[in-house]
Design a binder for this molecule. Sequence first.
Ligand SMILES: Nc1ncnc2c1ncn2[C@@H]1O[C@H](COP(=O)(O)OP(=O)(O)OP(=O)(O)O)[C@@H](O)[C@H]1O
Length: 274
Amino acid sequence: MVITLLSISDLSVRYGRSVKALHGVSFEVPEQTVVAVLGSNGAGKSTLLRAISGTLSLHRGEITSGTIHLDGTRIDRMDPASIVRRRLGQVPENRQVFGRMSVDENLRAGGLATEASRRAAARDAVLDLFPKLAERLSQPAGLLSGGEQQMLAIGRAMMGEPKVLLLDEPSLGLAPQIIERIGKVVSEINQRGTTVLLVEQNAMMALTVAHTAVVLEVGELKLRGDADELKRSEDIQRLYLGGHAESEEHADQQQGEAQERVERRRKSLGVWTA
Ligand SMILES: Nc1ncnc2c1ncn2[C@@H]1O[C@H](COP(=O)(O)OP(=O)(O)OP(=O)(O)O)[C@@H](O)[C@H]1O
């Protein structure tokens, strides 16, 4: 029997009075799967994750209709801390590790909502997944490379032993080999029992890792289906894989665009979260 761990039903979200960021979005995330959310800039991907994690109000957004259930419990009116306690983990956009704190302190911060008796086991599991972090526990997180910081952000979220892990564009601004490594880590996390909702602009990586995917366009769900089938679909090829996804030229172009978006996001974060 397929158990639905996360269920989004007819979800609409807006920012302020005028920006309708999501409109009537519905889909389900079955237990033990990886579901990818694809979409171009401004499609509503981050908004979707904020709605699920209860953090919309931090961005002056609100759910105007619809429901979200996590493992059978309605969570769309809960505060973020209560949602985390129900074992929903989130790796935020731009990683947001605590740069002045050590790697170990970052991990411990991720385990604060975890039952005290479970914390040591959670930490062992994270260090087993990321041996490189184990070698650098006492170093300030700000000294890690971009890829290592992404691993730390994932490790920090895994300290909560989440049933469902939300990942917001883990590939953003990283080199192709690191993106491949992150894809493998996501698969490994899933094989160890965590259900994953993966928001990505890097459609090739996301569709390689995911079982199923949904595509958002200007706040609406436009496509959904099996990840392998979507990879072959002409619409996806044209819109997200450029029809020549494997070419180096396309990879370079994607990399350049990603870098621009990292910069844009850094600037916009300052405005929106102030
Ligand atoms: N805090 C905010 N205040 C006002 N509008 C916002 C806010 N956050 C997002 N938006 C708007 O909501 C829409 C969806 O944005 P969202 O960030 O969810 O898209 P996205 O798919 O994650 O895109 P990107 O990958 O570029 O971040 C866009 O029109 C965006 O401009």
